[in-house]
Design a protein around this ligand. Structure first.
Ligand code: SF4
Length: 274
C-alpha cells in the first residue's frame, strides 16, 4: 500500500492510497486536525446518493490498511481526531474496525463514526464503546423509499427497535453523542411532513439530528441554502437539537458521499500533488 497522490481544495486534502491488489481508496484531512478514513474497498449498502458504494463492495480493508492511512497523513499534518466515515460501512468490517478504534483510542484520539447501523449486533457493541460520536444514517423514514435509495441497509423498523432497546440503557451523556443523520434531498425527503416525522422520532429517542447537505454525485437535487436553513429552524422549533453540515462536509473535494474507489489506473486527476 502506498500514498499515491494528494488533491487539495481550499478546505480539504484528499489522500488517494493505492492498495497492493491495485484498488485505490481515499481518506480526507480536514478542519486542521481531523482525518476521515475508509474501512472498505467499496460498500455493499449501495446508497443511491453516494459515490463510494456505486460499484458495490470489493473487499474489506485490513487493520493495517486502515492504520496506514493515519500513519501517512500524520507525517504531513496534525491528526487529533479520527472520523470512521470514509468509504465503507464500518459495522460490516467490524473485527478490523474495532481493532483500529482501540488503536486510536489507546493513543488518545477522539474517534467518531458514521454508520447505517447493520449488523445490529455490531451496532450494540459500538454503542457500548467509548466513542466520541456515532451518526446513524437514517435519511428516509418511509421503509419503501429507504429500501429504494439504501437498498442493502437493513430495515428501518429493525434499527429503530434496537435503538429503543439500547438507548434507555445509556446515560444521558452517552446518548448526546449519538445522532440521527438525515441527508436532505429535494423533492425526495424534504417536505414538512418528512421533517415532522424526523423531529418526532428524534424527540422520542432523545437524540439530536445531523442535517446533511447533498453533494451532487448521483443526479439528485440539493435543497437551496434557504430551504436548508428553513429545515434547520423547523426542527429547532420542534425542540430538536440540530447540527448542520459544516463547510468541509460540503466541499466537492472530500465532502460527504464524494469518496470513490478506483482501480488505480482508472484514476486520472489533474490536481495530483504526489
Ligand atoms: S453512504 Fe455510507 S453506507 Fe451508503 S454507500 Fe456510501 S459509504 Fe456505503
Amino acid at each position: 500500500m502506498r500514498l499515491q497522490r494528494i488533491i487539495e481544495s481550499e478546505l480539504n486534502r484528499l489522500f488517494v492510497f493505492e492498495l497492493e491488489d491495485g484498488f485505490a481508496v481515499e481518506a480526507v484531512h480536514y478542519r486542521g486536525d481531523t482525518l476521515c478514513i475508509s474501512t472498505q474497498v467499496g460498500c455493499a449498502v449501495k446508497c443511491g446518493f453516494c459515490a463510494s458504494g456505486r460499484h458495490g463492495l470489493f473487499r474489506n480493508l485490513s487493520f493495517e490498511e486502515m492504520i496506514f492511512q493515519y500513519y501517512e497523513v500524520s507525517t504531513l499534518h496534525k491528526v487529533r481526531r479520527i472520523a470512521i466515515a470514509g468509504i465503507g460501512e464500518p459495522l460490516a468490517n467490524w473485527k478490523n474496525v474495532r481493532r483500529a478504534f482501540m488503536f486510536f483510542k489507546d493513543r488518545g484520539f477522539k474517534v467518531s463514526f458514521y454508520t447505517t447501523g447493520f449488523p445490529l449486533q455490531n451496532l450494540k457493541e459500538l454503542l457500548s464503546l467509548p466513542h466520541n460520536g456515532v451518526s446513524l444514517s437514517i435519511h428516509f423514514l418511509k421503509e419503501d423509499l429507504r429500501r429504494e435509495l439504501m437498498p442493502h441497509a437493513g430495515r428501518l423498523s429493525d434499527l429503530l427497535s434496537t435503538l429503543r432497546e439500547i438507548l434507555p440503557t445509556l446515560s444521558r451523556k452517552r446518548r448526546k453523542k449519538i445522532s440521527l443523520a438525515y441527508l436532505l434531498l429535494r423533492d425526495v425527503n424534504d417536505s414538512r411532513s418528512d421533517l415532522e416525522l424526523l423531529g418526532k422520532l428524534a424527540k422520542e429517542l432523545g437524540l439530536g439530528v445531523t442535517l446533511l447537505y447533498y453533494n451532487d454525485v448521483a443526479g439528485f437535487k440539493p435543497v437551496s441554502p434557504q430551504e436548508y436553513e428553513d429545515a434547520f429552524l423547523f426542527l429547532k422549533s420542534m425542540g430538536v437539537r440540530v447540527t448542520l453540515s459544516n463547510r468541509f462536509r460540503r466541499d466537492p473535494i472530500g465532502g460527504c458521499g464524494t469518496l470513490t474507489v478506483g482501480r488505480f489506473a482508472d484514476i486520472d486527476r489533474e490536481e495530483a500533488k504526489v
